[in-house]
Write a protein that binds this ligand. Sequence first.
Ligand SMILES: C[S@@+](CC[C@H](N)C(=O)[O-])C[C@H]1O[C@@H](n2cnc3c(N)ncnc32)[C@H](O)[C@@H]1O
Length: 351
Amino acid sequence: MAALGTSITVATAPAAPRGYNRHPRHRAAALRSQAAASSRRLDLRASASPAVAAPAPDAPEKIVAEPLVQEASEAKLSKLACPICYYPLVSASDQLGEASTLECRACKKVYPNKQEYWDLTVSVGSTEYSESMPAATEMFRTPLVSFLYERGWRQNFIWGGFPGLEREFEMAQTYLKPAAGGTIVDASCGSGLFSRLFVKSGLYSLVVALDFSENMLKQCNEYVKQENISDERLALVRADISRLPFLSGSIDAVHAGAAIHCWPSPACAVAEISRVLRPGGIFVASTFVADVIPPAIPVLRIGRQYISQITGNNTFLSESEFEDLCKACGLVDFKFVRNGFYIMFSAIKAS
Ligand SMILES: C[S@@+](CC[C@H](N)C(=O)[O-])C[C@H]1O[C@@H](n2cnc3c(N)ncnc32)[C@H](O)[C@@H]1O
C-alpha cells in the first residue's frame, strides 16, 4: 500500500503537449496529471472521490513530494468516519495515484480503497488477527452465495411472506419520504438490489451501499456496471453493522432489507443506527419474525436463545420485541406491516 505522506490529488489532467515531459519540471507535472487520471478511475470504482485541489501551473516541484493529505470534504466522503474513533476521515492517494486511501484524522489508521469499495472495517490492515462472525454473517461472504443471491436465493423469500422486491421498495419508500434529498444508507445491502433502486429513483443526494461481505459488494459493483448506473451518488462501503463508519447524527435514513436476522447483535446494530441518524432520521427494516413460538412461555424462550446462539441467527424476534429494541435505542414512532413471517417496520430518531 502506498505511503500516505506522499499524497497528491488534482482536479484536472489536461493532455500534455508532445515532448512536454522531457523537462524534469514537466515530467513532474505529467506525473501529477497521470496521478489525477488514475486517481479518478480508482475513485469511480470505489464510488467515492477524494477531495481535490488543482495545483498552480507553475507550482514548484517540491509540492510533488510534500505531504498533502486533504480533508474529505466532498459530499461522498464528508459523512464517513473512522469506525474506531468516529472522527472524520481524510483522503489521500500516492504520488502516482496508484492507491487511494482514507486516513483517520485522530488515530491515523489507514483504510484502503479496494477498487470496488472502501474497506472501513475495524480490523482491516491487520495481518495476524482474523475474526470470524456467526454463520449468518459468514455464509454471505462466500463467492457462491453472493453470486446466487439475486439469481434465485432472494426470490425464495416470498415463501416466508416477503412481497417481492418491487413491492418492498414501494413500501419502504412510503416510510422514507421525509428523507428525500438526503443521504440514505442501505445497510447490509447484499448485492445492492435496493441500493440500485435508491440510486435510480433519483430521490437521494447520496446512497451508501454497505455490507460486511466483500463478495456481495463486488457483486453489487458488477450489477452497477451492467445496469449502467452512474456512481456519482453511490458509495460502496464494507463495514460491520455494529460499528458504522459514519459521523454521529449525519445520516437521513437507514434501510436494512431482510437483514436483522443475520446480524450478530441486533441491539448493537440498532444502537449504531440510532447514533448515525440525525434527529428525525428514519430507520426502515424488513426481516423474518417467528413469533409462532410464544415468547411468553419461558421454556420456549430459553430454547429460542439456544437456537440463536448455535446458528448465530436472530430470527426469532417478535414485532413487540423489535419495537422494544427501537425504543431502547432512542427510536420512536414505531410502525409495522406483517405478512406471514415477514415484517417491515419503521422508526424515527427522537429529536
Ligand atoms: C439476506 S441478505 C440481505 C440483502 C439485501 N438487503 C436484501 O434485501 O435482500 C443479509 C445481508 O446482511 C449482511 N450482513 C450479515 N452480517 C453483517 C454485519 N455484521 N454487518 C453488515 N452486514 C452484515 C450479509 O453480508 C448479507 O449481505
